[in-house]
Design a protein around this ligand. Structure first.
Ligand code: HEM
Length: 558
């Protein structure tokens, strides 16, 4: 098996073996952790609860192991003063901190910021109260990380675009282009691309530091924060990326074709492999296989994108006059593109299966899944255009040079247009990918819950309990009493609800509902603080000495 590129026969087996060894070696360094986006399963004290005596510690339990930076779990009183002991720690899935002794009555705000094992920061906050009064909800932390999320997505998209363009064009120049003078039109794509990628990577680190600490861009100047951000897979990924970018940049400076090819090939591989060393692929199982698949996917993306940019410049620069030279390059790229696109699609489908646990419903119901499906739809369109190119336009373009030079200008124009359209579509796909890599993969999104509705018979008819969305956090509980004919049943002006979770030993929390109309009551609150099968008991005072009590089981998901 050999690979014919630019008139020379490259012993493909040797090249592929070296590539595979390099790939597996670097990936082995990055497979130390295998976990996903962490989400909260429990808090102590319970989110939004009020207790008579102050707790000694506060803790938050996550679905996965997490790490925490100094100040990553902070508790403040109603005046905004810290009341924790500034010694938060993470043990496995639990982060906790001690509190000042004898906290006075009042409302307290807990804010957490931790790093998931897949490298993504997770943050949130909740309230608890001491004493007997109501919680002061105006203290709820409404601070949003939205801006830094957008900066992070943008930086990742720009990084992908610039780095893959640089690596892909460098490969095109050394393996597909014929070395003519117009290579100078392409070299700036490599040089500017490597520099933009470098800056975008720094932007991604700044966003990551801001998200991890909540302290904005300034956090990235704190060496402790930087150490935390760069300690794990992200540090390794950036190190490999920067070496790769430098080598790719260098490949355009050297005159020797052999050294230039080696640098373009292995520098480009370092760039594409670096993307597999951090992020979701490290959390998919088996990690080494999915990280390798991710590296193949990113490598194919670079070759395709670089090839299209290269063809665009060659066709636009040489015009219809030098059709013979252009046609040779077009033919060479066309052969390469077939295998590249095949590898890209197969690897993309494998990553999609891993990221969704092969669940179609998870794909269509999550942001991650919908973005991937959009990517796949755009890719299908581009593949159709590319296939038409390969079967119709490329042969007629190449043929036109010999048989009908008059047609060359027309074929040239058409080919240039389709190459531009394909390149533009890939840019859109890469922007979507920048977002996808920062969104929780479909398999890690808790199952959707549209609520739980249960009806129980009572002496005078029936009572229906509706809990929406029946997830941990804020819920609306509606209670409706009806007589045997289905008409509203008046059970008095007041109704209380008791929430308890026997399996976790959580004693009943009693709440008063709001009466909407005779027989209809509603309550909104955050009593469902952990997932599990809760017992919800509604108690209507039907007379001075009589009470109607009905119990329901409500399954609450994370
Ligand atoms: C059938 C079409 C495609 C499918 C099903 C697909 C699927 C995926 C999946 C599932 C991921 C992993 C996302 C994550 O880390 O959460 C991914 C990443 C990626 N995709 Fe695609 N993709 C497709 C087409 C493309 C195309 C056409 C390009 C560009 C030419 C592309 C470039 C990338 C890149 C650069 C990454 C990021 C690698 C990383 O940062 O680890 N994909 N893709």
């Amino acid at each position: 098996m050999s690979l014919r590129l630019r008139g020379t026969w490259v012993p493909a087996i040797v090249v592929l073996a070296v590539q595979a060894m390099a790939l597996l070696g670097v990936l082995a360094l990055g497979t130390g952790t295998a976990a996903a986006h962490a989400s909260v399963v429990a808090t102590d004290p319970i989110d939004d609860s009020v207790s008579a005596s102050p707790p000694a510690r506060v803790s938050v339990t996550f679905t996965e192991s997490v790490t925490i930076s100094a100040g990553g779990l902070v508790v403040r009183d109603g005046r905004g003063d810290r009341v924790d002991d500034d010694a938060a720690n993470a043990k496995g899935t639990v982060v906790s901190t001690g509190l000042r002794p004898d906290l006075p009555n009042g409302t307290y705000v807990v804010t957490y910021r931790v790093l998931s094992a897949d490298g993504h920061p997770v943050s949130g906050s909740f309230l608890f109260g001491v004493g007997s009064g109501e919680l002061d909800r105006s203290l709820a932390d409404t601070g949003s990380d939205r801006l830094w999320d957008i900066v992070g997505d943008g930086a990742r998209a720009l990084l992908l675009l610039a780095a893959l363009t640089a690596a892909g064009v460098a490969f095109f120049l050394r393996f597909v282009h014929d070395g003519a003078e117009d290579r100078w039109r392409l070299i700036p794509f490599v040089r500017i691309g490597t520099m933009v990628a470098f800056l975008a990577a720094i932007g991604a680190v700044i966003a990551q530091s801001a998200l991890l600490t909540g302290r904005g861009a300034g956090a990235s100047t704190d060496t402790d924060v930087l150490r935390q951000v760069l300690r794990g897979d992200l540090g390794l990924s950036l190190a490999v990326l920067f070496v790769g970018l430098a080598v790719v940049h260098l490949s355009t400076d050297l005159g020797s074709p052999v050294v230039g090819r080696v640098l373009a090939l292995y520098g480009g591989l370092a760039v594409t492999i670096s993307f597999a060393l951090w992020g979701h692929a490290t959390a998919f199982t088996p990690a080494w296989l999915l990280m390798s698949t991710d590296a193949v996917h990113a490598t194919a993306a670079a070759v395709w994108l670089g090839g299209l940019v290269g063809l665009w410049m060659v066709l636009a620069g040489r015009g219809p006059e030098d059709v013979t030279g252009s046609a040779r390059i077009v033919g060479r790229f066309s052969a390469l593109a077939l295998w590249t696109v095949l590898a890209l699609v197969v690897a993309g489908v494998a990553l999609t299966i891993a990221g969704s646990d092969a669940s179609w419903s998870a794909l269509v119901s999550t942001t991650w899944g919908r973005l991937i499906l959009t990517k796949a739809a755009i890719t299908s369109l581009v593949v159709v255009i590319a296939a038409l190119n390969r079967r119709v336009l490329v042969p007629s373009f190449v043929g036109a040079t010999h048989d009908a030079p008059a047609d060359a200008a027309r074929h040239h124009r058409r080919l240039l247009t389709t190459v531009r359209v394909e390149a533009a579509a890939i840019v859109v796909i890469l922007v979507l990918t920048g977002v996808v890599t920062n969104v929780t993969p479909a398999r890690d999104v808790p199952p959707a819950s549209s609520g739980v509705t249960t009806t129980r018979p009572i002496d005078a008819g029936s009572v229906r309990l509706e809990t929406r969305p029946a997830r941990v956090g804020a819920n609306t509980v509606s209670v409706t009493y009806t007589d045997p004919q289905g008409a509203p049943l008046d059970v008095g002006p007041s109704l209380t609800i008791e929430f308890s979770l026997p399996a976790e030993g959580l004693a009943p929390i009693t709440r008063q509902t709001t009466a909407l109309s005779p027989g209809r009551f509603e309550y909104e609150g955050r009593e469902f603080s952990v997932p599990g099968t809760w017992t919800v008991t509604v108690a209507a005072r039907t007379g001075v000495f009589t009470e109607s009590r009905t119990s329901f089981e409500v399954r609450v998901v994370p």
